[in-house]
Every structure is written in C-alpha cells, then in structure tokens.
Ligand binder design. Structure first.
Ligand code: DC
Length: 234
C-alpha cells in the first residue's frame, strides 16, 4: 500500500505565530507550506469586489460558486490567484481581514475551500496552518499542533506582519480587532476554532519561532515521522 503523504497541521488564533512556524517547518522538512487563511481572504476579496454584503449567504454563495481560487506552490512566497489574477498583495487589508472572518462562517464557502485545501495533500506532504485543519480538513493528520499566545503578544506580531505602525493606540486597536475575530472564529457554528482532541498545544508567548519549530520537530521525531536529524520527512 502507498504511504499516505505526511500532513502536519498548525491551528490557532490570529497572531499566535502559525505562519512563521509553519513556513520554517515546511522548509526544514521539504514539505509544501499552505496558508488556508489566504484562501478565505481571497474569497472575501472577491465578495468585496462584487459589492455584496459578506453576511448575505445567498449572494456570497453565488459569487463563490463562480470563483476559482488557486495557490501557487513553486519557489519562494506562495501566491494566491483568483480567477487567474494574482491577488496576493491585496489580502491583508483590514477590510479583507474582517470580511474573511464573516464569509468563513458560511457553509457554501467552507465546503468549497476545504476541498481545495485537501487537494494540496493529495500527492505530497504539507504543513498547513489555519483554524480547523486538524479538526475538519485533515482529521487523520499524523501530527497536529495548536499554537497559542497572549493577546498583547499576538497583537504585536500581527502589526509586524502587516507592517503597520506600532504606537500604543495602534497596538490597542489591533488587540481589539484580534479579540473580535477570535470571537467570530470561536463562536461560528461550523468549524469553530478549537484544538483537535489529539492536538499538542504549544504556548508561543515567550518562545522564538525557532524554539517552537524545534519542539515540533522533536514531536515528529518521537513519532518517527521524520528522520533522526529532523531534516527530512520520512
Ligand atoms: O489566518 P488568517 O488571519 O489569514 O485567516 C483569515 C480568516 O479566515 C479568519 O478570520 C478565520 C478564517 N479561517 C478559517 O475560518 N479557517 C481556516 N482554516 C483558516 C482561516
């Protein structure tokens, strides 16, 4: 029987360090890195461009049905294409961030994007980050991580990622926005943000990304998913 490709899932709230850790881990193990949030952001962008309310289930369903989302997986940073256009640079605005949290509550959107996300691991190993990757997208994943961090630290990291100024006011505003999104993510009926029962929780508040990656590699070694040096997926 063919061995299943190695799937490592990293779920957790915004700003817990998922992207950095998942990218570093994928590079270390020669696996593909997939940011599932980018697929929800791409769908949200399309909905905003169409000028419809992200909470209007029927209209959003119609737009999403006619939208093709792709993530390029070649060298360097991944790029997101919507109906063939590269929209990578447009996905991190506050408007798209809020709309992504709204459209991701709709089953029509999730069903379509989950199918896309599963396809990434059809014939190769992946490290995929998101909110429901270990619970819904890949319940059979060989290693599941739930990454958390204190709110203030998460706000600081998010600002750095989005290259906004880091004044106290902006930090407070960002913490507020993150709190609001956490609530939307955790309260939604389908695929709410929560750790899978078999996920390993790591609190990254006082850890460098390197240290988190080392902890995950150690877990992978212990489960004999990677070779002893932790350099390559088996
Ligand atoms: O990780 P992110 O901030 O780029 O995610 C954008 C939004 O997409 C976020 O509000 C939650 C949603 N999302 C989701 O519902 N399920 C995922 N697997 C990933 C993201």
């Amino acid at each position: 029987m063919m061995q299943e490709p190695l799937v490592i899932t990293i779920d957790g709230p915004a700003g817990a360090g998922k992207s950095t850790v998942a990218q570093m881990l994928a590079a270390r193990l020669g696996l593909m890195y997939v940011d599932s949030g980018a697929t929800y952001r791409a769908a949200a962008l399309k909905v905003l461009e169409a000028g419809i309310d992200p909470n209007d289930t029927v209209a959003v369903g119609r737009v999403i049905g006619a939208t093709n989302v792709q993530v390029t997986t070649g060298e360097g940073e991944p790029h997101v294409l919507v109906n063939g256009d590269d929209v990578t640079a447009l996905l991190r605005t506050p408007e798209v961030t809020l709309a992504a949290a709204q459209v991701s509550r709709l089953p029509e959107v999730r069903v379509k994007l989950i199918e896309l996300q599963r396809a990434f691991a059809r014939d190769r190993g992946v490290v995929m980050e998101g909110r429901d990757i270990g619970t819904v997208v890949f319940p059979q994943a060989q290693l599941k991580i739930f990454l958390k961090a204190d709110m203030e630290e998460r706000a600081r990291r998010r600002l750095k990622q989005d290259s906004r100024d880091s004044s106290k006011a902006t930090l407070e505003r960002t913490a507020y926005e993150i709190g609001r999104r956490d609530q939307l993510d955790a309260e939604r009926k389908i695929s709410p943000l929560m750790p899978a029962p078999d996920a390993v929780e790591i609190d990254s508040t006082y850890l460098l990304a390197d240290q988190v990656v080392e902890q995950i590699l150690e877990l992978a070694r212990n489960r004999q998913l990677v070779c002893d040096e932790g350099k390559k997926a088996l």
